[in-house]
Design a protein. Structure first.
Lengths: 110, 114
């Protein structure tokens, strides 16, 4: 069974601070996705990374896929209150179902 | 811009009752799935389907049934509700290459079993 762990589980920071959250597994994935989920809604895809070592930027968010394709990180620069939410990582392999991590709940305080 | 539509949004059931959560998508996706989300446990796959007439079990299938008579619809049935099935349920769809494609989620159904 492929498992994904995420850390930290909870994170509360002030607006303007930087933060990094992590997604780790002992399994190799062909792709890794990050989703953000806001209260009362379903998760929404932020990014997909498919190449070991790949770095993708989405405005103030930087995503990195580990060289061995077992882990990933999400870095947010100058966090804003609108970044508040649950961040989920999901690992996938072709033809298989995605496996989701438990999520990091981020609270950005004004 | 419907995407994935789930109903009902909220439901309270008594132990032993049955009910069906409805899910419909208008993106012509072959792959559809149901997840449950519990605190600290992320999204766990209940059942999935790769096309009309084809369904399969996910990680936590016990107590749930599904059917896929059309590409658009994928209802989830709770046969005899138990308090352990209190959760938030999400229906999702994606193109068939689910290893790297975007998964589109519905807005969720909050189910409480008393």
């Amino acid at each position: 069974t492929q498992l994904l762990e995420q850390s930290p589980q909870f994170l509360s920071i002030q607006e303007g601070e930087n933060l990094t959250v992590y997604c780790n597994s002992s399994s190799v994935f062909s792709s890794l996705q990050w989703y953000r989920q806001e209260p009362g809604e379903g998760p929404v895809l932020l990014v997909t990374v498919v190449t070991g070592g790949e770095v993708k930027k989405l405005k103030r968010l930087t995503f990195q896929f580990g060289d061995a394709r077992k882990d990933s990180s999400l870095h947010i620069t100058a966090a804003q209150t609108g970044d508040t939410g649950l961040y989920l990582c999901a690992g996938g392999n072709y033809g298989q179902n995605f496996v989701f991590g438990p999520g990091t709940r981020l609270s950005v305080l004004p | 811009n419907a995407g994935v539509t789930q109903t009902p949004k909220f439901q309270v059931l008594k132990t032993g009752q049955s009910m069906t959560l409805q899910c419909a998508q208008d993106m012509n996706h072959e792959y559809m799935s149901w997840y449950r989300q519990d605190p600290g446990m992320g999204l766990r796959l209940i059942h999935y389907s790769v096309g009309a007439g084809i369904t399969d079990q996910g990680e936590v299938p016990n107590g749930y049934n599904v059917s896929r008579s059309t590409t658009e619809d994928f209802p989830l049935r709770l046969l005899s509700a138990a308090p352990s099935q209190t959760s938030v349920y999400f229906c999702a769809s994606s193109p068939i290459d689910r290893g790297g494609n975007t998964i589109y989620f519905g807005e969720g159904s909050w189910l409480t079993v008393v």
